[in-house]
Design a protein around this ligand. Sequence first.
Ligand SMILES: Cc1cc2nc3c(=O)[nH]c(=O)nc-3n(C[C@H](O)[C@H](O)[C@H](O)COP(=O)(O)OP(=O)(O)OC[C@H]3O[C@@H](n4cnc5c(N)ncnc54)[C@H](O)[C@@H]3O)c2cc1C
Length: 301
Amino acid sequence: MAVNTGGEKEVIHQPFEYFAPKTINEALKLLNKYREDAKILAGGQSLVPMMNLGIVSPKYVIDINNIGKLSEIRENKNQITIAPLVRHYEIAESKIIKRAIPMLSEAASHIGDMHIRHRGTIGGAICHADPAADYAPVLAALDAKLEIQSVKRRRIVSARNFFKDAFTTELKPNELLKAIHIQKVGQRTGTAYQKLEFVSGGYAVVGVAALVALDGEGLIEKLVVSVGGVERRPITIVFNGDVLGRKIENATIEEICGAVKDKISEPLSDIHADGEYRRSMAAVYTKRAVLKAANRALGGE
Ligand SMILES: Cc1cc2nc3c(=O)[nH]c(=O)nc-3n(C[C@H](O)[C@H](O)[C@H](O)COP(=O)(O)OP(=O)(O)OC[C@H]3O[C@@H](n4cnc5c(N)ncnc54)[C@H](O)[C@@H]3O)c2cc1C
């Protein structure tokens, strides 16, 4: 179907051709044919505003909303698989996700407003790769595996390597994000996401995801912190010997927060906050996220 949206009073500047494939294969063939000239349409919450503003002008829009297989949440013994069209509100409310990975539900429940959460999708949010978006640090902390498909090839990329720069990912023009695979966290392991937002449901000025595993004596066995909103891509720290084997107490927390601050070398400055403020807040929100995750590891809320 050709949609001519030109004309002075129209919002979208360029005409484009619209496709609504019913299968993944059909979508992949279209992507393979049109490549840089095509854009996938998921929830449209970022793509459509960008088309309205003339920031992107795809000649072909491939709407994947009719592909039922792309809307499922599946669980097996060790892993949860989330398809890219799962909406933010479904992630916020899913019993499976709340139980197994509470910080993912936590992050989803703070995205935008009710309308954005009902239209926007996890796949769209990840592929859009806004540095201030919420899922990226959470998925990086969890070391989620992103399944990427083209006509000829399927590959798996860790969320820690997927985000290359602001609004830039590992995806090639003929590739589709097909699934997000997340290992369930083990026993005595807690996760938490803490976000600084200036308006309720606003983008993250700072968003910190923490994963803490404690041993039988309450000593740190594993600690991962990932910070979003502060640099052009999430900063992820997998803590090693210095912190492992220690108690969660003030001195340890200070050290963890110090390490996070040290890792931030090029903080973003914009109309919302300057770089130094973001760096300081990254430490404050790291403390909150680590304490909450540790509490969950001990069975608390
Ligand atoms: C007012 C407002 C407030 C917001 N607040 C927040 C917030 O607080 N936190 C937050 O994280 N986000 C926020 N967002 C962004 C929101 O999460 C969007 O839903 C998200 O960025 C895009 O998801 P979408 O499903 O709408 O994708 P779309 O807009 O349809 O697509 C976005 C991009 O991803 C590509 N794409 C989509 N799906 C795939 C796929 N499966 N494979 C390959 N490429 C794909 C598209 O081609 C496009 O380039 C906000 C948006 C708005 C408008």
